[in-house]
Design a protein around this ligand. Sequence first.
Ligand code: ATP
Length: 383
Amino acid sequence: MAAITMNHIVKRYGDGFPAVNDVSIDVADGEFMILVGPSGCGKSTLLRMVVGLEDITDGDMMIGDRRVNDLAPRDRNLAMVFQNYALYPHLTVYENIAFPLRLAGADDKEVDKKVREASKTLELDEHLERKPGNLSGGQRQRVAMGRAIVRDADAFLFDEPLSNLDAKLRGQMRTEIARLQKRLGITTIYVTHDQTEAMTLGDRVAVLKRGVLQQLASPRELYENPGNLFVAGFIGSPPMNFLPAEVDGTTVKLPFGEVQIPQAKADKAQGKGLLIAGIRPEHFEDASVVGDKASEGSTFSATVDVVEWLGNQAYAYVPFEAPPEVREQLEQLEKDLDGESLRTQMVVSLDGASRISDGDEAQIWVNSSKMHLFDPATGENLT
Ligand code: ATP
């Protein structure tokens, strides 16, 4: 196993805008690193440069202490698991897993030992004589992983491995990959556009936008302290609400009224003019069910358009109109995030016991201590 270090990596196709622009990421030995971002952000290109399928325009790619920029893919000892699994349909599961060992000239005894070990780990031992065509998507995925395991590769690289699976299987496989990665302790880089996958799988997550690394942090850190508007909007589902905000002392004026924020937060946002406040849906609540926490935040009244009830919780949609001062930034953010409607409605998460329903004039509580304040010009999180 080995650490993988990307040092000021640049990829330019022709003379256009760089697909990957000065990205530096250290993946520690045994770490599970996620590369995430919307379509076209450069995550696949970056992974392909790690594995050697794409030339590196500038920067250093290190595996352990070897610089691998000019090393052929087969000499990098990495195992790539592709979205389409790349299994041989005419070979059995056994022979598919054995394939890299046979290629390396291993004898039958060693092949058998390693294939049986891997198939046990992957719970494929009962399917060794079957062909890929007779397996479920999840089983095929495991065969592809088996082939990576038997090679004793220095690292696993995954490019959107679950995107062909239905939602239920995707959830199962996600858990399985996480479990296996922990058990094997193998350095892993995993590319996805799905923030839920990123948050649930990764030790750390690198968020990319248009070839530029936006933030590299643990899932919790990304969620609690997003560095900028883009990361704040990308991480979390439903996404964070963005509202125009004027800060005066510890008072923040929002479209629905005034709320108080902690002094330390307020200090960082003084004298900056109109800002963009970020509030996650789950930091709102039906004021009548908040209970003891009520004093930690503020209550306001809002006309609820529609309520979606999900059992243990509900989402209330509150229409609002972004004022001209921040409309442009929110419009850009919607484009960057692939079209969530941020300018016209706010999403408020309610406890399942809430009785608020469609069209109500409701009392909503907001935990304003969890509010973020962003500079509209730079997108930077000031708090
Ligand atoms: P997706 O999730 O859609 O695959 P991605 O984040 O993986 O997107 P990349 O595939 O890495 O993005 O592409 C990054 C940018 O580089 C895109 O603008 C893409 O159009 C461009 N690009 C990728 N491959 C090539 C190529 N062979 N020639 C020219 N441009 C390319």
